[in-house]
Design a protein around this ligand. Sequence first.
Ligand code: GLP
Length: 258
Amino acid sequence: MKILRCRDYEEMSRVAAQSIVEGIKDKADLVLGLATGKTPLGLYRLLVEAYQRGEVDFSRVTTFNLDEYYPLAPTHPRSFRSFMDKHLFSQVNIRRERTHLPNGAALDPAREAERYERAIFAAGGIDLQVLGIGRNGHIGFNEPGTALGSLTQKIQLHPESVAASRADFDSETEVPRYAISMGIRTIMLSRRILLLASGADKAAILARALQGPVGSQVPASVLQLHPDLTVVVDEPAGRVLFSEAQSVWDEVVAAKDL
Ligand code: GLP
């Protein structure tokens, strides 16, 4: 695991954008896994700016998003499809047929999940997966308790996740209670993972995920086992992580002095 410590949200976004731009330069037909939420917004803005400056070409890139609310039509303004169209896809030269999200309007969510999993496989698997982390340690929408070996599936959202989504919808009853999400195994099969974390409200869960025991109660903890994980974290989100690392280091230094 590599941890890149950034001053603030802007620097975290810049480091993440740089890594994706380099990934596309190395492999023009990169298969990119994408996330929604507030965390990657700066990253998407910087990717659009890099495209506008002619520094990156998305014409051969394929994307797979982690998840989509269920049931929710892709055309709904709060769908993750609409989010991605707005913040990234409509502003760069990516081909629409190469952008994939689970279909939140599918009649049979189990079949849709299976179709999605096959589509990832048919594309050759995900080269680089961008992840955020939920306050309860979820990745994608894999809530605490989800089997670590899970593939893409319909998931019931944890009340905390429903509450977190509440502000995006007009009323409580409109917030979807389910999602179709890549599974934990699906995510772990990505060749490289870029985990982004920003803000003090992520500090405790980030430290638990990266330094605590690996288990399904904190789904993000499984990332400790990934062979190519880069964590891009700003100071507020890294507060607990870095202070624990610092005290371990202080102990090592003190022991050496004895
Ligand atoms: C949602 C998404 C996750 C995201 C998480 C954190 O639940 N399904 O992919 O990582 O929220 O969101 P935010 O970045 O807004 O804190």
